[in-house]
Each structure stands twice: as structure tokens, then as C-alpha cells.
Write a protein that binds this ligand. Structure first.
Ligand SMILES: *[C@@H]1O[C@H](CO)[C@@H](O)[C@H](O)[C@H]1NC(C)=O
Ligand SMILES: *[C@@H]1O[C@H](CO)[C@@H](O)[C@H](O)[C@H]1NC(C)=O
Length: 367
């Protein structure tokens, strides 16, 4: 019988359990992300809104839900899990790319297995925003409450793996914040002009101040490597084209300009935070440019339709309006950039992530 020289060398001296652990560790690092030799990313933690919520909203009362068909149509088992897409969403794709695990589970799930804690969980809540009013309007978990949940998580993690290991997991992991779309698209632009207390300048200032308070809070709790997704071209979301894009459903310039204003102020604030928070690494991810590239040349990425979603007519449907009775839902979502009138398909999310991840990893982990 042939004995693999390396394995038989080990097996003569080392118990099988140890070999299996070593093999498991080697397999774990087989994500597609390339990290410097001395860097490991034990876990991923996610904060924000429906772009990254993997199902937290299933566990309390709100109308902002997607745990019913056809959501999840192309997910494992065709299951609707509260992810706002046909399949996986960015947190899942990120843990996959880093070779950490298959899915990033929602922290609020009462049946969350303990063994998920050391590799990361998700605190995001669909409908949330940097403006506390946005989360209140939708009755969802605000950004500051998401930080409270992270504190709770740290206590549970410490009980499970001990102080020393918990500290290392918190310090070395990847954190990501994705919010702001609901603040502008819903809270700001849906308030009638007469009753608006802010103009766009003062409102984006409020959002940036609030985002900055969030990032400082996360830093205080131990995060050191944080990526922030800039706003996507909100005016090109199918829903916004329908409501404000005129007969031709063109991209709405004032919404896109608002997103750009938010992004440029966010970039300046990140520069300030890099100076004031010792040893922090902050990565800005240009969601605007990445999604705009796809919307402007969908065919180059294998899409056919970029101006309406797959679900229903694709013009207005999202949350409860996108359901199994919505007439006209497309049969092949990989032809669509958008799954519903707000959220990209898994295929579009994958392409977006491939465009953004190189820079994120560079900014957070390389020197
Ligand atoms: C990895 O090595 C580089 C270069 O020697 C060093 O600057 C950096 O601090 C190290 N990173 C970690 C996480 O040890
Ligand atoms: C779905 O659409 C994609 C992209 O156009 C195409 O490559 C694929 O063959 C289609 N799948 C089916 C089952 O029609």
C-alpha cells in the first residue's frame, strides 16, 4: 500500500485529530482573496441596511421583510431567508471570497449556533439608515442599536472562546458598513418640499456626522479594519426611475448628485478619522462607479436588462409588493442587473464585489 510520505511522517507521531485540524486550516485559507502572509481574517462583521441584511428583520415586527417567495428563488434550496435578492448577497459572497464560511448568519436568529460566533455574524437590518429617523420610520434596528448588538455579541464570544481569543478575533477581523440609501431615497426625497427641515447640504452633513459617530463607536468596541460602501447611483434604481424619471424612466440626476455629494463628504470624513483614530484602517468602496459601469454597459457583463427588476413588473415592486402573486416575474434572473426595484441580483452583486474587493483588501490589509 502506498503511503503519502508527508502524511505517513505525520501519522507516525501526531494524532489524527491534529492532522484533520491542520487540513481544515489549510482548506479555510482557500478563498480567492490574496492576503499578505502574516495576515489572517478570522471573522467578518456586517452593519447596515438591506444590501447586507441576511435575515435579521425576520425576528421582529416590521414591514421591511423578504422572507417569502420569490425572494431566495435561486438561493440554496430555493429558500426565502430575508435576503433582499434572488440568491446570496454581499456578506455571504465576502465570507466565501475570504474562504471563511458559506454564509454570514443574522445575529438576531435565536437558533444561531455557538460555533458561528468566532467566524462572524451579521447585525444589519433592512430599512436602516445613518439618520436615526430612517430606522424609526421603518421600525428596524438603527445603526446605534446595531453597535449595542455587537457589544452583546462580544460578551457571548468571550464566554465561548475566552478573553484572549475573543480579543484577537475582534481586533483582526473585517468590518463593513453599508447604509445611507434609505436616508436619501426614502427619508429625504420622500418628504414633501414644504415640510423638509433640511436642504441637501445640511442633510448630507447630518448623515456624515452620524456615520462618523457610528464608525467611532465601532472603533471604540475594538474594530480596526473597516470598509465603508459609498452610495450607489440612487437615481438609476428602477424604483427611482419609475417615480421620478419621467416617461422614459431615465436616471434621476438630482438623486445621483445627492449620492455623489454624500460620497465626497464621506471621503473627507474618512481622511479625518484616519488621523484621529490610532491604528485604524478605513477602506472606501466606490459603489457608485462600480454599479454605474454595469448599468451603462449591461451587455458587457452578460446582462440584458438594467432599468427594471426581475420581480413583477420590475418597476415598483420591493418588500411585500414583490411576492409570489406579482404578475410578470422574469424566468431568468441572470439577465437582470436588478432583482426587485431596489436590489441587485446575486449575479450583479458578484460582479460588483469583484470590482471592489481588490481595493478593500489592499486598503485594509496591505502596506
Ligand atoms: C505584516 O508584516 C508587515 C511588514 O513586515 C508589517 O508592517 C505588519 O504590521 C504585519 N502585519 C501584521 C498583522 O502582523
Ligand atoms: C439565462 O440567461 C443567461 C444570460 O443571458 C443565459 O446565459 C442562460 O443560458 C439563460 N438560462 C436559461 C435557463 O435560459
Amino acid at each position: 500500500m502506498y503511503h503519502h510520505p508527508v502524511l505517513s511522517f505525520f501519522s507516525s507521531r501526531i494524532p489524527l485529530q491534529v492532522i484533520l485540524i491542520v487540513v481544515a486550516l489549510i482548506c479555510r485559507t482557500q478563498g480567492r482573496v490574496s492576503l499578505p502572509d502574516n495576515v489572517t481574517v478570522p471573522a467578518v462583521f456586517m452593519f447596515g441596511d438591506s444590501i447586507v441584511d441576511t435575515g435579521n428583520n425576520n425576528f421582529f415586527k416590521t414591514v421591511v421583510k423578504s422572507n417569502f417567495p420569490p425572494y431566495g428563488r435561486d438561493f440554496i434550496g430555493g429558500k426565502a431567508t430575508g435576503r433582499f435578492s434572488n440568491g446570496k448577497i454581499p456578506p455571504d459572497l465576502i465570507v466565501e471570497e475570504f474562504g471563511i464560511k458559506e454564509l454570514l448568519p443574522p445575529f438576531l436568529d435565536p437558533s444561531l449556533p455557538l460555533h458561528e460566533l468566532p467566524t462572524g455574524v451579521n447585525f444589519a437590518s433592512s430599512g436602516a439608515g445613518y439618520d436615526p429617523l430612517t430606522s424609526k420610520l421603518f421600525l428596524v434596528v438603527s445603526m446605534s442599536d446595531q453597535l449595542q448588538l455587537f457589544s452583546q455579541y462580544k460578551r457571548r464570544l468571550t464566554n465561548f472562546v475566552g478573553q484572549k481569543r475573543a480579543h484577537k478575533i475582534v481586533a483582526d477581523s473585517l468590518y463593513m458598513a453599508v447604509a445611507g440609501s434609505n436616508d436619501l431615497a426614502e427619508t429625504y426625497f420622500h418628504t414633501p418640499l414644504e415640510t423638509r427641515k433640511y436642504n441637501l447640504h445640511s442633510y448630507t452633513d447630518l448623515l456624515i456626522t452620524s456615520a462618523s459617530v457610528f464608525l467611532q463607536g465601532l472603533y471604540k468596541l475594538g474594530a480596526r479594519r473597516i470598509s465603508i460602501l459609498g452610495l450607489t447611483p440612487l437615481g438609476c434604481l428602477p424604483s427611482q426611475r419609475t417615480v421620478s424619471g419621467g416617461e422614459k424612466r431615465a436616471c434621476v440626476k438630482r438623486f445621483n448628485d445627492a449620492a455623489k455629494m454624500f460620497n465626497s463628504k464621506l471621503l473627507s470624513e474618512l481622511k479625518v478619522l484616519r488621523k484621529t483614530l490610532p491604528h485604524v484602517r478605513l477602506a472606501y468602496a466606490d459603489g457608485y462607479g462600480a454599479l454605474m459601469d454595469i448599468i451603462q454597459a449591461p451587455q458587457e457583463y452578460g446582462f440584458i436588462i438594467a432599468d427594471r427588476g426581475c420581480c413583477g413588473t420590475g418597476l415598483v415592486e420591493t418588500t411585500f409588493l414583490c411576492n409570489q402573486w406579482s404578475p410578470g416575474t422574469c424566468s431568468n434572473s441572470s439577465q437582470f442587473v436588478f432583482w426587485d426595484s431596489y436590489h441587485p441580483t446575486e449575479k450583479a452583486y458578484r460582479i460588483l464585489l469583484h470590482k471592489l474587493l481588490g481595493k478593500i483588501v489592499h486598503d485594509l490589509f496591505h502596506h
